[in-house]
Design a protein around this ligand. Sequence first.
Ligand SMILES: O=C(Nc1ccc2c(c1)CCNCC2)c1ccc(-c2cn[nH]c2)cc1OCc1ccccc1
Length: 341
Amino acid sequence: MVRYIALKGLYDLEKTIGSGGFAKVKLATHIATGEKVAIKIMDKISLGDDLPRVKLEVQALKTLLHQHICRLYQVIETDSHYFMVIEYCSGGELFDHIGIEKNRLSETESRKFFRQIVSAVAYLHSLGYAHRDLKPENVLLDREENLKLIDFGLCAKPKNGIDSHLQTSCGSPTYAAPELILGKKYLGSEVDIWSMGVLLYALLCGFLPFDDNSIENLYRKILSGKYDEPSWLSSSSKRLIRAMLQIDPKKRITIQELCNHPWITAGFLNPVSFVHKTNFEKDDDVLSTMSAICGEHASDIWRKLVKSDRTDYRTATYLLLLDRKLRGLSLRISPSAKSHF
Ligand SMILES: O=C(Nc1ccc2c(c1)CCNCC2)c1ccc(-c2cn[nH]c2)cc1OCc1ccccc1
C-alpha cells in the first residue's frame, strides 16, 4: 500500500475502487470519526494541462450543497498530488444497480431516480452552473439508495451566467447534444437537458437511444435525432423523451418545464423543487462533541469553521459528525484526532 504522508493520521486508505483518466478513487476511513469516505487521488504530472479542471471541480463542489450532489469534505494539495475527500457512495453506479437480468427499471422506479437527477440539475442551473458531462458513470447511489451526481470536472460557470454561450466540446459523444458535437456555440443548460434525456431513455429502456461502434455512425444517429421507441414505453414517457431529445436546442424542454412535466409529477404531490441543503447549519451537539475532544470552546470552533475555506480536516470532521447525527448514530471522535484540527 503506497503511503501518502499527506494523509497520515487523518485517513486510513483502503482498496482502490475506480480509476479513470487522471484520477483514481480509493475507499478510506476518516480516522477521527471512523466514517467511510472516498478519496479521489490525482497526480499533478499526469493531470498536465487538465490541472485547471481540478480547481474548477473543487470550486464548484465547495459552492454546491445539495442532497443529490456528492459532498466534498476536504481537499489536500501536495507538490505532487491532489486528494479530494468525497462523500461515500457505497451503492456504486445507478446503472449497476439496475442489474443485468432486469436491465431496465419500471416507470415508477425510473421516476423516483430521475426526479432526483432533475432536482440536482435544476439547483445546478439555478446557480449558473452546467454539468456538461451527465452520463450513467456520473450517477451514483449512497448506502440509502439516494442518488448522487459526481464528477464536476467539466462543469462550467460561464462568467456572464448560464445563458451565455460555451464553445468547448467536452463530455462523451454518446450523451452529447447535436449542437455540441457540431462544435456550435451552445448553452450548458440545453446540453444538460439532452444528456438527461439520454439518461432517462437508458433507465426506461435498458439500452441507449444512440449507439454505434463507429464514431461517424454514432454522430449521424445523434444528428438525425431518430431513435427506437420500444413498445413498453408509455405515451407520457415517449412525449417527455421526445421533448428532451429535440435536435434544435431552442425547441428542447427547459429545466423549469421539466420540473413540472406531467410524467415527472405523476404520483407525486408536487413538482420537482430544487430546495437544497442550506449552507453550513450550526449544530450544537456536533460542536460540543468536537470541543470535548480538542478543549476549544464550541463557539470558537464554529467561528473557525465559518471563516475557513471549508476544505480542511476540521470541516471534514464537522460534516461527517453531522452526517452521523442525521443518520441517528452516536457522535464520537477518537482522541488521536485532537492534534489534527
Ligand atoms: O464512494 C464512491 N464509490 C464507491 C464506494 C463504495 C463502493 C462502490 C463505489 C461500489 C463498488 N463496491 C464497493 C462499494 C465514490 C464516491 C465519489 C466519487 C467521485 C466523486 N467525484 N468524482 C468521483 C466516486 C466514487 O466511486 C467511483 C466508483 C467506483 C466504483 C464503482 C462505481 C463508482
